[in-house]
Design a protein around this ligand. Sequence first.
Ligand code: PHE
Length: 337
Amino acid sequence: MDIDSIKTQIEQEVQNIASSGQMSEFKFKYLGRKGIIAELTSSIPNKPKEERASFGQEVNRLKSKLNILISEKEKTLSSGLSQGGLAVVDIGMPGIAQELGQLHPITQVMEEICNIFMRMGFQVVEGPEVETEYNNFTGLNIPLEHPSRDAFDTFYLKDYDRLLLRSHTSPVQVRAMKEHKPPLAIIVPGRVYRPDAVDASHLFMFHQIEGFMVDRGVRFSDLKGILEVFAKGIFGRDIKMRFRPHFFPFTEPSAEVDISCIICKQKGCSVCGRKGWLEILGSGMIHPNVFKNVGHDPAKYTGFAFGMGIERIAMLKYGIDDIRLFFENDLRFLKQF
Ligand code: PHE
């Protein structure tokens, strides 16, 4: 190819360069060690003697023209504009979106429950997950022979005498009442542990919210009213509630609380076992022995307590049929909340 047509080719190619990558390729093609300019230079000695000098000059001129074109083009490239006036950096191109995280559904439901009670004046308190046997059982009037104290029903810490992973949030009743004088209105969210075989409704770790109120003259009707505000706040205004007599060592009287089935509206379905009612929590009036254990006079103070599993509330609220889904870290599940 003669020098003139190489020059025309260079001029066309420079115009089409639109990125620094293309610029490098272009430089390599013409100025590289085996590039076109090097090839032309090394062909000089092969030319007939009388042409060599002028051919050499032409090659040199071509080379300086090339260098000028390159430096001009590099300026327009770095200012973001190619010769056609089009943006080389496409400022209209969508950016790389940062994926937004969100709160875990259990955290969301826990906050929702806490907010309802906080609006009624309850204070949020937390307690440790490693507890003493006293706070978890003895202080709560749970006798030594009670089956829940068995090693099959509670995780004891092997090398620490009388320490365990709390099996419910109720030990915070003991801690809070020992530390503070009534009036108290407290809720306690947190993790609890039980050595249960894992299935669709059991895990070895789950979350509870405990609540209690202690003062002079707190009555069972206060418990009912407060739990009604809670249940309607979470499940909607048209649910019904019922209190079923039950037994807990730390409350007397005790009751389990059901809501009318939100799935079938009491027509009978598999979730409520055709009963039309769903159990949501345990509750009762704090047992006089518990007051004695924490140093308050049961003749002076009364109080109520309740405890619920957050996973269970979340499962009922969202119609989730397997508790394991919460902890598999599958974003296809978690993103729905
Ligand atoms: N601690 C009880 C449980 O884990 C629930 C409960 C709390 C019951 C407070 C009554 C009063 O099952």
